[in-house]
Design a protein around this ligand. Structure first.
Ligand code: NAG
Ligand code: NAG
Ligand code: NAG
Ligand code: NAG
Ligand code: NAG
Ligand code: NAG
Ligand code: NAG
Ligand code: NAG
Ligand code: NAG
Ligand code: NAG
Length: 304
C-alpha cells in the first residue's frame, strides 16, 4: 500500500520536472538601473517570457522595501530626501531568479529647494529659556547645520552660533528681556532664506526684600531692595506700603541701577506694634507682599 503511493509520487515528480525541464529559462540580468528624482527605472531582461522584476531597497544594509512588478519602473517618491539607498533589481521568470543588478544612490534634494525654519518656540526652564524651531520633516536629513544670530536689548553685535540640532538653551535670561533670532539653514553648500523671530521672556512680579530697619519712638525707617535689572527688567512703577494705620505709595521711575527705596513712616505712637505689607507693582502686576511687624520705641525720658 505504502509502496504504491511511493511509486506514484516518484512518477509524478519525474514527469513534472521533465515537463518544465524542457522550458527552463534563466532570465538575463538587467543591464542598467537609473534613478531620477522620483522614479527608479531599469532595462528589460528579454530572453524569457513573462519576466517579472523583484526590487529590493536597502538603507544602511537593512531591507526597507521589497516589490515584485511587471513594469520597467517604480515610483520611489516615498523615499527620504538626502538619504543613501541601495537598489537591487532581480529578474525572475516562472519562479527562476536571474542574477541581481545593483545601484547605490542618494535621494537628491530637488534644485531650488528653499529650506526655511518655522514654528519657533521659547520655553522658560528655571533661569534659562529653551529655544526650538522646526523644518519640514522631509528635509531633516539634508541639513548640515543651522546658523543662529541672536541679539538682546543690550547688544549691538549679535552672538553667532553654528549648531547641528534644532534648538539650544539660552542661559540666565532676565524676565521681560527682548531677544531677536535670525536662523538660517545650511544644506548642500547653500543657505536657505533666513527666518527672523522675536522672543520676550515672560514677565514676573518683583518682590522687595528688607535690607535695613531703624526704629524711633515716632518713626519707622525701612530700606527695600528690588530684584536687580539683570534678573528682572520688567518695568517697576510703584512700591506700596499698606498698613493697618497708614498707606503709602512710592512712585518709581525705573532705571537699570534700581536703587534701594527708603520708606519713612512718621507720626507714630511710641511703644506700639505696627503691621504692614510692602509690595511692588511692575508690568506683571502687584508682587506678593513682604509682611512685617515693628514695635516703636518707648519715649526716652532723658531726651526732652
Ligand atoms: C523620471 O523618469 C520618469 C520615467 O522614466 C519620467 O516619467 C519622469 O518625468 C522623470 N522625472 C524627472 C524629474 O526627470
Ligand atoms: C508648524 O505648526 C503648524 C501649526 O501648528 C503645524 O501644522 C505644522 O505641522 C508645524 N510644522 C512643523 C515643521 O513642525
Ligand atoms: C513632504 O512629503 C510629503 C509626502 O511625500 C508631501 O506630501 C509634502 O508635500 C512634502 N512637503 C514638502 C514641503 O515638500
Ligand atoms: C552661507 O552662510 C554662511 C554664514 O552662515 C556664509 O559664511 C556662507 O558664505 C554662505 N554661503 C552661501 C553659499 O551663501
Ligand atoms: C522683531 O522686533 C523688531 C524690533 O523690535 C521688529 O522690527 C521686527 O519686525 C520684529 N520681527 C518679528 C518677526 O516680529
Ligand atoms: C528716618 O529717616 C529720616 C530721614 O532720612 C531721619 O531724619 C530720621 O532720623 C530717621 N529715623 C530713624 C529712627 O532712623
Ligand atoms: C517704564 O515706566 C516708565 C514710567 O511709567 C516709563 O516712562 C518708561 O518708558 C517705561 N519703560 C519701559 C522700558 O517700558
Ligand atoms: C497684609 O497681607 C496679608 C496677607 O497677604 C493680609 O492678610 C493682611 O490683611 C495685609 N495687611 C494689610 C494691612 O494690608
Ligand atoms: C490701606 O489699604 C488697605 C487695602 O489696600 C485697606 O484695607 C486699609 O484699610 C487701608 N488703611 C488705611 C489706614 O487707609
Ligand atoms: C497695597 O495697596 C495698593 C493700593 O491700594 C494695592 O494696589 C496693593 O494690592 C496693596 N498691596 C497688598 C500686598 O495688599
Amino acid at each position: 500500500m505504502l509502496c504504491k503511493i511511493c511509486i506514484f509520487t516518484i512518477l509524478l515528480a519525474t514527469f513534472g520536472t521533465w515537463g518544465t525541464w524542457a522550458q527552463l529559462c534563466i532570465p538575463e540580468p538587467v543591464e542598467t538601473i537609473e534613478l531620477n528624482a522620483s522614479t527608479l527605472s531599469w532595462s528589460s531582461s528579454d530572453n524569457c517570457e513573462g519576466t517579472q522584476y523583484m526590487i529590493i531597497i536597502r538603507s544602511a544594509g537593512i531591507i526597507e522595501y521589497e516589490y515584485t512588478v511587471d513594469s520597467l519602473s517604480l515610483d520611489v517618491s516615498f523615499l527620504k530626501l538626502c538619504r543613501r539607498y541601495s537598489f537591487t533589481v532581480t529578474p525572475s521568470a516562472d519562479h527562476i531568479l536571474g542574477l541581481e543588478t545593483s545601484l547605490d544612490s542618494g535621494i537628491a534634494l530637488p534644485e531650488d529647494t528653499d529650506i526655511v525654519v518655522q514654528n519657533f518656540t521659547g520655553v522658560q526652564i528655571g533661569e534659562d529659556v529653551l529655544i526650538q524651531w522646526y523644518v519640514d520633516e522631509n528635509f531633516t536629513n539634508c541639513i548640515t547645520y543651522y546658523h543662529v544670530l541672536s541679539w538682546h536689548e543690550d547688544t549691538d553685535t549679535p552672538d553667532s552660533l553654528y549648531i547641528g540640532q534644532n534648538g539650544y538653551l539660552v542661559e540666565h535670561v532676565a524676565q521681560c528681556m527682548n531677544y531677536r533670532f535670525d536662523i538660517t539653514v545650511h544644506y548642500n553648500s547653500v543657505n536657505g532664506t533666513t527666518a527672523q523671530f522675536n522672543y520676550t521672556v515672560p514677565e514676573k512680579t518683583n518682590t522687595p526684600t528688607l535690607v535695613e530697619l531703624r526704629q524711633g519712638s515716632s518713626q519707622i525707617n525701612t530700606t527695600w531692595s528690588l530684584e536687580k535689572y539683570s534678573l528682572n527688567r520688567c518695568n517697576i512703577t510703584a512700591l506700596y506700603v499698606n498698613g493697618t494705620h497708614f498707606n503709602q505709595t512710592y512712585e518709581i521711575v525705573d532705571a537699570p541701577e534700581r536703587p534701594d527705596v527708603l520708606v519713612s513712616i512718621t507720626s507714630l505712637r511710641a511703644d506700639t506694634m505696627y503691621y504692614f505689607n510692602v509690595s511692588t507693582e511692575n508690568t506683571a502686576g502687584v508682587s506678593p507682599a513682604f509682611l512685617i511687624a515693628v514695635q516703636t520705641l518707648e519715649i526716652d525720658p532723658s531726651v526732652d
